[in-house]
Design a protein around this ligand. Structure first.
Ligand code: ATP
Length: 462
């Protein structure tokens, strides 16, 4: 089972403290969200899992953390200033502002307003998605010399550091650079909870390869990501691949394959249930070329007169110098978190006929690994023992102590936030130095001695 719709996750998130509407006390700010005590843990665990998998478990990736605000030339030569836009249309009837490429068409090929159904829309005009700001205390808002952008992707920060990383790490092709960071896009139609927001976080790899190896390695990354996504507990039936058609490809891309997740299972038409979780692009040698000072156009003019560096690569084995091709797997933290929560969502009916929610998160991702619960909170010895157990677990796993309700309520709360283990301290524990360990997914209980508890849990969380 997985969540029947995104709304279910929105209300669970608000109720339990995963995600809150941002700026709520001032009426909110369209499609902005804050990550609460559990959301920040879940997001951190996703990022940690990705970094371990992408950087530590491989031998060919280095990490990077580049700036959010870059020299404006980066966005000029990357093509973002001229092409990073969505086709904006207005509905003349209901005044909604819409992204034309996301609209359905009628039999005559006319675009249909997704808000009111009218086809009375304006002609499309490009709307650049980059957020603008100005740099420096004395800058006037309209001073073009002070104009800067908040990055709309983390990728460009990697390309412009290619030579720095290559020289300091003494890498040979193929190798990659990984980065996690915020990105900003002034989206025309944000929405669907954290699926599309104007501020979000990306986990990107730029993988530099010889041109003749690009196809094979592109496929290898695709296969590797499918495995990693499944390792997050996302079921295969809710993931599928989408090969972008020639007219959908970005100007720099030779091939892009998206991995889609079933974010909208409630939609009647099967093909509308899916949307992009991530994309894996073959960006050719476009990026390193456009940021280099040497390449010339057909008339012999430098394509980049502002760059001071050449980002080509010298292969000592073949004595060749060339611009590496780049394979770019790019995935959003927020869309991953939403997919993980939707897929983990399960309901179970108790013997009394009550419906309970269980968030069957992979233990590695669960915000809290173990909750220690005293069965009698008015008995100081039991409370003291429970607090001691929590303290002993904490160095090796996120553990909490909770005595704010009856045991049934406490179990239900931990199930709903995905805690794999509840540890109950009762009267007998004082005699036998053992506790009851309750398993989230089966509700089975086992008696475990306190001395072996840490090892017992660690084995099952690994
Ligand atoms: P879409 O077609 O949905 O607008 P995109 O193809 O423009 O997405 P990319 O530029 O490929 O997205 O960005 C890589 C990844 O970053 C996406 O697959 C997604 O996971 C994430 N992402 C992009 N835009 C947003 C956004 N506005 N909110 C949340 N995540 C986003």
């Amino acid at each position: 089972m997985s969540a029947p719709n995104i709304e279910t996750i929105v209300s669970l998130s608000k109720r339990r403290g995963f995600v809150f509407p941002a700026s709520d006390i001032y009426g909110g700010l369209g499609s902005s969200w804050d990550y609460g005590p559990l959301g920040v843990e879940l997001a951190n665990n996703i990022k940690r899992s990705w970094w371990n998998w992408a950087v530590y478990e491989r031998d060919d990736i280095e990490g990077l953390d580049s700036s959010i605000i870059l020299n404006r030339s980066v966005w000029k030569y990357s093509g973002h200033e001229t092409t990073f836009s969505d086709p904006l249309v207005d509905c003349r009837d209901c005044k909604a502002r819409l992204r034309q490429d996301k609209l359905d068409t009628d039999d005559a090929g006319k675009f249909i307003c997704s808000n009111c159904g009218s086809t009375n829309l304006t002609a499309p005009r490009p709307f650049n998605l980059m957020f603008r700001t100005t740099i420096g205390a004395v800058s006037a808002d309209d001073d073009p010399a002070a104009l800067a952008y908040l990055r709309p992707e983390t990728a460009q920060g990697i390309f412009i550091n290619f030579k720095n990383v290559l020289d300091t790490s003494r890498r040979k092709l193929p190798f990659g650079i990984a980065q996690i960071g915020k990105a900003f896009r002034n989206e025309v139609t944000p929405g669907n909870f954290i699926f599309r927001t104007r501020e979000f976080e990306q986990m990107e790899i730029e993988y530099f390869v010889r041109p003749d190896e690009v196809q094979r390695l592109h496929q290898e990354w695709l296969d590797a990501y499918l495995e990693w996504i499944k390792s997050l507990g996302i079921s295969a039936e809710n993931i599928k691949l989408y090969e972008q058609s020639a007219d959908e490809l970005a100007h720099y891309s030779e091939r892009t394959v998206d991995i889609l997740y079933r974010y909208f299972p409630e939609r009647e038409q099967e093909e509308k249930q899916w949307d992009e979780l991530m994309g894996i692009a073959n960006r050719t040698d476009y990026d390193l070329r456009v940021h280099s000072k040497k390449p010339e156009d057909a008339e012999g003019k430098r394509i980049n007169p502002d760059s001071t560096e050449d980002l080509s690569y010298f292969d000592p084995q073949t004595n060749e110098r060339f611009y590496p091709y780049i394979i770019e797997p790019s995935i959003g933290v927020n869309r991953t978190l939403l997919a993980v929560m939707m897929d983990a969502y399960t309901e179970r009916t108790t013997d009394k006929g009550e419906t309970r929610v269980i968030l069957k998160l992979a233990p590695d991702l669960a915000p809290i690994k173990a909750a220690v619960l005293p069965l009698a909170k008015n008995k100081p010895e039991i409370v003291e023992m429970a607090r001691r157990i929590k303290k002993n677990l904490q160095p090796s796993m996120r553990a909490v102590y909770d005595d704010t309700g009856g045991i049934g309520k406490l179990y239900a709360r931990q199930d709903e936030i995905g805690t794999p283990f509840c540890i109950t301290v009762d009267h007998e524990s004082l005699e036998d130095n053992a506790v009851t360990v309750r398993h989230r997914d089966t509700w089975e209980q086992e008696r475990i001695s306190v001395d072996s508890l840490r090892g017992y849990l660690a084995d099952r969380l690994a």
